[in-house]
Write a protein that binds this ligand. Sequence first.
Ligand code: DHK
Length: 146
Amino acid sequence: MPDIFVLNGPNLNMLGKREPDIYGSHTLDQINRELAAAAQPLGLSLHFFQSNHEGALVDEIHRIYTVSPGGVIINPGGLTHTSVVLRDALAMLTCPKVEVHLSNIYKREPFRHTSLLSDIVLGQIAGFGHFGYHMALMALHRHLSV
Ligand code: DHK
């Protein structure tokens, strides 16, 4: 069963409370539970990690590096637009990676229009709320099946 790692960055632990008009009303726990249920019939095993700290995310990616990951789904939060170190860590992983944003970052402030990860991921999903994580899971499943 391929291991898929679902990583969430800063402030995503506040989903449900945080600007619900932008990020929706689902909590991260709800998102993760629904995603785990969706992964089961696909034969994918999910592992979840969230941190508000760049270094903790980098440490987790180094740990993932040692366990032959099948794929990564990542919403790096604001680190998307700023973090060279997160990009460098993810670039070490040769498995397929999907970048998810709840909001459509291209419809928002100009500083959100740049992702430092977009060219090292299989693809990016933005603007579909929590369903974006499911789209990422489907994309990875299909990618791993062909
Ligand atoms: C989440 C964040 O926390 C923001 O900093 C990004 C992203 C957008 C999202 O849409 O999920 O700019």
